[in-house]
Each structure stands twice: as structure tokens, then as C-alpha cells.
Ligand binder design. Structure first.
Ligand code: ADP
Length: 464
């Protein structure tokens, strides 16, 4: 059986109605209980209906109350002279003789509801006397409500009574209604706010901030909705940024490919139209070749860059001595530096520093940094490579004292297709690829701009 889902408002309304009914019932219940217990006690008191008359004898001296006294009753004879004779049980009067006033007061008091039941019988024989019985009551309720139509002013009293009770119940009802409505409103409004917040999120509007509200649980729920909105907002922004980056990459790529491809197309068209001069033909073919090499190199770099950044790409790595690795690379570069007139300085320690590396990828890192130093600087520039070990990390500094990178470009040089001052050179992907490779080695690369002339890159990779 499916359970009907109500709105919180309806649910609370039902609770309100039930509360009112329950309150009224509970308000009447004590009266009912009193009435029932009163009835039961009265019924039980009936058993105490002593019927004192049945104990009366012709003469006071013949009265035998021994059975009754055994049951815990107290019995006393009061004769015509108001002389008291105790027959058994507790003493009902303190002194021997009673005054007429005391006797009257006593007789009047026997009718009142008290802890005892009294029974008084009169024998009107030769010597008239009263037999007085007293029996303790187990429970006594002093609350009695009589309606007596014979009484003068019964109707007006009844109206007053009804009016007071009506006012009482109306006040009670009003209180219950107002109080419950207030409580219900607090809950309902909070639930509605949280629900509106959730709906905004559903619509993709994350600009919500639910105020602290209602009960602790609803407040927690509100906070959770706020948190969810914030998280979704930041994810959304991240997604948008990623998308922007992708779009930028595509537009940069098409821009970079446009020039070489347009050249290839232009020169090949001219060749097709026919060029008689052999020298010009060769020149055109050369241009077609170099532009297609450039386009190919851009595409290769882009392919590399996206492969390195693709989800789940984990290059294979093995433990190797980075110092030995760098010495080997430098053995290839030193003749080139000397050939091209670059000065150089090496600071590679003799000790072994082992890191987990992918040789091909790390090779690309050094190729790129060293080639850049030569590509963007004039001969005579000094290129320095230093390796050290600090705090369980190998630190590799690759620097030169050449033209450097203007400060305003410094924080963007790892961005794909970014070229400081639009310098002609490579694809603009070199340093972006370098950064990804270093990160795949759980390391970091930073461009240090500390006012010193030239370029300084610092790589940190965890050592084994
Ligand atoms: P590219 O593939 O065009 O060389 P990189 O990502 O390797 O691109 O470098 C980005 C930019 O940083 C270069 O275009 C150049 O402007 C600048 N740059 C990198 N290395 C150096 C350097 N050693 N000296 C001067 N400028 C450099």
C-alpha cells in the first residue's frame, strides 16, 4: 500500500486538529476520572451503610456493637441528657457530657465529606438515646458538583457556570490554535525556504544563501543546501574555465596553423600554375617544406600536450640516478654550446640521487629548457645547470643570463601557446609540456623572477 505524501502544511494542519481534540479530551479527562472514582468510592461507601438502626436495642445498656468494633468502627452512645458512653473503638468525644451546642455542631459535621463516614440512629424507647458509629474512609474526594433545580436562582447560576466554562474552553482552544499555528509556521516557512533553495539549485541558480532558520535540524539542512550550492557553483565555474581554456587552445591552435598552412597552400598553387625559373621553384619548395615541418611540429606538440594531460595517463617510470642522467645530456649539449658560442656552468654532485623517472619525458624537459636558452638568447649568454638534494627532494635549476622574460609575462609562460612579447620561436607549447611532465613525476616547476637578469627555472622532484 502506498503511503500518501502530504505537504508539510497539511501534515501540520492535521497535527493541529489532533492536538486540539487531544487537549480538549485531556482537559475533560480529570473531571471524568474524579467522577468515576467518586462513584466507585461512593459505591464502596455503600458497603459501609451501617444501618445503625439495626444495632438499636430497647435500652442503651443492651446495645452490642462488638462485631462492628472488631471491623474497626468506633461506637458511642449519647443519651437524652447528652451524656456520652464510649462503646468501642476511638473516642468520638473528649469529655463525658456534651453541651447542646457541641452536640448540634457534631451532628452537623457528620454530613460533611471527611475522612470518616458517620451513622447516627436514635432509639425513642423509654430512655431515648443516640447510637453514633464512625468508620474510616479509604479514599475521600472532596469535589462534589450538584445541580439542584429546586434552588432559587438555579438558572442564573447555571448560566454563569456555563459562561465561565465556555470562556475557559474558548481561551484554551485559542491558546492551542495560536500556539500550534505559530509553531507550525516556523517549521513550514523554514521547510519552504529550504525547498525553494533546492529548487533554485535544480534550475542551475546557485546564488542562494539560506538564512539560519527554524529548528536545529532544518538549520543544518539549510546549511547543507548552501554548501551544495557553493560546491556546485565552484564546479560550474571550473567547468566554464576549462571550457574557456579549451576554446582558447583551439583558437590559438588554428591561429598558429593558419600561417604555415596558408604558405603551403599559396606556394603550392604558384608551383601548380607553373614556375619556369628553377631557382624560384626550389625556393618555393623549400618554403613549402619548412612550413609543413612547422605545422607538423605544432601538431606533434599539441598531441603530446593533450596526451600528457589526458585522464589516467601514467607514464612508466623506473628508479634512475638523475645526476648521471643530466651528465649524459650535458655531454651532448656542451659541444653545441661551444660551437654556438654560449658559455656554460655545470653543478652536478658526484653522489647518486635516485628518482623515479621516465627517461624520454624528462629528456624532453631538459631539451626544451636548454634549447630555449639558446633559441631566445645571443651567443655569449651563460647557461647554467645545477643539481642538489634538499629535504628528500632533488632540486634542479636551469638558468641563463640572457634577455629573460618580462615580469608581466612571467606567470603565464606555462600556458599553452603563450609566447612572451610574441617572440618568434616554437609552438608556445614547450613550457606547458615541461610543466605536465614534471607534474607526472610528482614534482613542481617554477619560474623564478627575482630581479636577476635572464631566465631561471627551478624543478623539484621527490628523491627515492
Ligand atoms: P616555445 O615552444 O615557443 O619556445 P615555450 O613554452 O618553450 O614556447 O616558451 C614560452 C615563451 O617563454 C617563449 O615564447 C619565450 O618567449 C619565453 N622563454 C622561454 N624560455 C626562455 C629563455 N630561456 N629566455 C627568454 N625567453 C624564454
Amino acid at each position: 500500500m502506498s503511503r500518501k505524501i502530504r505537504t508539510t502544511r497539511n501534515y501540520l494542519r492535521r497535527i493541529l486538529v489532533r492536538t486540539i481534540v487531544a487537549t480538549l479530551v485531556l482537559a475533560f479527562l480529570p473531571l471524568l476520572i474524579i467522577a468515576v472514582v467518586q462513584g466507585l468510592t461512593t459505591a464502596r461507601n455503600d458497603m459501609y451503610d451501617l444501618n445503625a438502626e439495626s444495632f438499636l436495642a430497647e435500652h442503651a445498656s443492651d446495645v452490642d456493637v462488638s462485631d462492628a468494633v472488631e471491623d474497626g468502627w468506633s461506637a458511642t452512645i449519647v443519651d437524652g441528657e447528652l451524656h456520652v458512653t464510649q462503646l468501642g473503638g476511638d473516642e468520638l468525644f473528649e469529655q463525658g457530657d456534651l453541651s447542646a451546642e457541641e452536640w448540634t455542631v457534631f451532628l452537623r459535621s457528620t454530613g460533611e465529606v471527611s475522612r470518616y463516614v458517620y451513622e447516627v440512629a436514635y432509639s425513642d424507647g423509654d430512655d431515648g438515646y443516640w447510637l453514633v458509629f464512625r468508620k474510616p474512609r479509604a479514599v475521600t474526594f472532596a469535589w462534589v458538583l450538584y445541580f439542584n433545580r429546586e434552588a432559587q436562582g438555579f438558572n442564573s447560576t447555571l448560566v454563569l457556570f456555563a459562561a465561565i466554562f465556555s470562556v475557559y474552553f474558548v481561551a484554551l482552544l485559542l491558546f492551542v490554535v495560536l500556539y500550534s499555528r505559530r509553531a507550525a509556521r516556523t517549521v513550514t516557512e523554514s521547510v519552504e525556504k529550504v525547498s525553494d533553495g533546492a529548487k533554485s539549485i535544480e534550475r542551475g541558480d546557485y546564488e542562494i544563501n539560506l538564512e539560519p532558520c527554524g529548528t536545529a535540524e532544518l538549520d543544518d539542512l539549510g546549511k547543507a543546501v548552501n554548501r551544495l550550492a557553493r560546491e556546485l557553483k565552484s564546479k560550474d565555474e571550473l567547468k566554464k574555465k576549462e571550457e574557456e581554456k579549451r576554446m582558447l587552445l583551439v583558437s590559438e591552435l588554428s591561429h598558429d596553423l593558419k600561417t604555415p598552412l596558408a604558405s603551403v597552400q599559396g606556394y603550392s598553387e604558384m608551383l601548380l600554375r607553373g614556375v619556369k625559373d628553377e631557382k624560384t621553384r626550389e625556393e618555393y619548395l623549400q618554403l613549402i617544406h619548412s612550413n609543413s615541418v612547422r605545422a607538423n611540429s605544432i601538431l606533434q606538440s599539441l598531441f603530446m600536450y593533450s596526451k600528457l594531460g589526458s585522464d589516467g595517463y601514467e607514464p612508466s617510470r623506473e628508479p634512475k640516478d638523475i645526476c648521471e642522467f643530466i651528465r649524459q645530456i650535458m655531454a651532448e649539449y656542451v659541444p653545441r654550446f661551444e660551437d654556438k658560442g654560449f658559455a656554460y656552468e655545470l653543478g652536478v654532485p658526484e653522489e647518486e640521487i635516485v628518482i623515479s623517472m621516465n627517461k624520454e619525458l624528462l629528456r624532453r624537459v631538459f631539451d626544451n629548457l636548454l634549447e630555449n636558452s639558446m633559441k631566445y638568447n645571443e651567443p655569449g649568454t651563460k647557461i647554467t645547470l645545477k643539481v642538489s638534494k634538499e629535504n628528500g627532494k632533488v632540486k634542479i635549476a636551469v638558468s641563463d643570463n640572457g634577455v629573460g622574460i618580462p615580469d608581466e609575462y612571467a606567470d603565464k609562460i606555462f600556458t599553452p601557446f603563450y609566447r612572451a612579447d610574441n617572440r618568434e620561436g616554437g609552438s608556445g607549447l614547450g613550457l606547458a609540456i615541461v610543466k605536465r611532465i614534471v607534474e607526472l613525476h610528482e614534482g613542481e616547476i617554477a619560474y623564478i623572477s627575482d630581479g636577476e637578469p635572464g631566465c631561471r627555472f627551478l624543478i623539484d622532484i621527490p628523491a627515492k
